[in-house]
Ligand binder design. Structure first.
Ligand code: TYM
Length: 331
């Protein structure tokens, strides 16, 4: 049995990229493995949310995790800030993380470009906090999208460095993982490459989107003027639409439009109509459950309490052992 851990920053509603990058098949996964799913609210502080936004976003992600099928009895579903032990491990790991390697991190460089007015120390040490999240439960498998691969590489470095420094074999080497398949990058709809919350209007399909909204967004997706030669290579914007179809539609549907593309008889309008309907069918059960769970304060509070208790039990054991290894002793 593996220890699996996955996290999502609460900065808005979950989209299909989050789902296929970090969650798909997790319903079966939680029956076989020791699973931790958490809401990375400390991480979201790097962009300085208001208290109201912070709380609302944490609640929304909690609801959407539950709506997607996570069972709080089988998995450990918790809010990062409910487990203060993670801060202590973050501090220990920071003593052993070098400025150079943190500065070289692609996500840090991206942030410097995106928010030059707010390049704070939390942004630079984002990978050590992420390593602390993973190592606090000594997780071995970390379901993530392709964008998090480098963070996992750093986690392994910090883990190995700790083990070497104290001559122990305590922390594992966690691997990025996508429930048995390759890591994915789900594209967005506006030609910007990645589906994401901050990639512009209409780019992301949210699990909570109403059918009309999904139809509108998909029909506006960027395409080109169509193929002119048989079997020609698809440009990126077209590959994006096909990739989205691959994850939500049946293989037959995908093959039908692929064949149409290859024979230059495709009509993008028809393809988008089909894609929108398949996205609606895919998200429908979650959309209904989001509404039901969101109205049930008692269920939400209970889920958060059960998760907090289980997560703290595991985290405090790790911290006790790490303190012992480092040499903190009682008098
Ligand atoms: P975040 O909140 O940006 O995204 C949450 C998860 O969704 C995946 N994801 C995608 N996967 C495929 N295609 C996309 N278009 C797409 N967009 C998002 C992300 O790869 C991620 O798996 N740093 C993390 C949160 C975090 C974490 C952790 C994750 C904090 N500590 C420990 C795992 C383990 C983040 O910002 O993800």
């Amino acid at each position: 049995m593996e220890t699996v851990l996955s996290g999502i920053r609460p900065t808005g509603n979950l989209h299909l990229g989050n789902y296929f990058g970090a969650l798909s098949n997790f319903v079966e996964m939680q029956n076989e493995h020791n699973c931790y799913f958490f809401i990375a609210d400390y991480h979201s502080l790097t962009t300085h949310p208001t208290p109201k936004d912070l709380h609302g976003n944490v609640r929304q992600v909690l609801v959407e995790y539950l709506a997607a099928g996570l069972d709080p009895e089988k998995s450990t579903l918790y809010v990062q800030s409910d487990v203060p032990e993670v801060n202590e491990l973050y501090l220990f790991l920071n003593m052993n993380a070098y400025i150079g390697e943190l500065e070289r991190c692609t996500s840090f460089k991206d942030k410097i470009r995106q928010q030059p007015q707010n390049v704070n120390a939390g942004l630079m040490t984002y990978p050590t906090l992420m390593a602390a999240d993973i190592l606090i439960h000594r997780a071995t498998k970390v379901p993530v999208g392709k964008d998090q691969e480098q963070h996992l590489e750093l986690t392994r470095q910090f883990s190995n460095r700790f083990n070497r420094m104290y001559s122990v074999d305590y922390f594992p080497e966690p691997q990025a993982f996508n429930f048995g398949k390759e890591l994915v990058k789900i594209p967005g709809l506006n030609g910007s490459g990645k589906m994401g919350k901050s990639e512009g209007e209409g780019n992301a399909i949210f699990l909570a989107d109403e059918p009309e909204v999904i139809r509108k967004k998909v029909m506006k997706a960027v395409t080109d003027s169509g193929p002119t030669q048989h079997n020609q290579e698809k440009p990126e914007v077209i590959q994006n639409i096909f990739q989205l179809m691959k994850v939500v539609s049946t293989p037959d549907t995908y093959n039908y439009f692929d064949e149409r593309y290859n024979s230059c008889s495709i009509r993008y309008g028809d393809m988008k109509k089909q894609l929108a309907e398949d996205m609606i069918v895919f998200t429908e059960p979650m959309r209904e459950r989001i509404k039901a769970i969101s109205a049930d304060e008692v269920y939400i509070a209970n889920a958060a309490r059960i998760g907090r208790e289980k997560a703290r039990e595991s985290a405090s054991k790790t911290i006790r052992e790490v303190r012992e290894i480092i040499g903190f002793r009682n008098f």
